[in-house]
Design a protein around this ligand. Sequence first.
Ligand code: 5GP
Ligand code: ZN
Length: 116
Amino acid sequence: MSHDENCIFCKIVKEEIPASVIYEDDVVMAFADISQTTKGHTLLIPKEHQEDIYHLKEETASHLFRIAPKLANAIKEEFQPDGLNLVNNNGKAASQAVFHYHLHFIPRYGSDDGFK
Ligand code: 5GP
Ligand code: ZN
């Protein structure tokens, strides 16, 4: 599995920096976003370094999106939000800051203004 030594999410996968891990298997990992846009804000990533949606391998995408509903249900159960946004930014112009593919799970509560 290939990693990028300068990538912060690869460092999380390699346990070089800590993260609050919610789910993990051979292919993907889910952990709490360090900056909680709303309570329960979680990131789902491939363990392999794949930069963005354009580079996401088909077999990785298929596994990641098979896990997505399970993660959504786990978040729903734990945080009891009123709604849930799934967001994926690709490219600087789209606000991508970490160039290792990640899908944001952002729970929404009533009239919160946590995500615009
Ligand atoms: P992007 O703007 O690339 O879609 O989102 C990157 C996300 O990664 C941001 O929500 C940011 O808070 C999160 N993030 C950046 N560095 C770290 C880190 O070291 N640990 C964790 N858990 N999240 C991070
Ligand atoms: Zn990476």
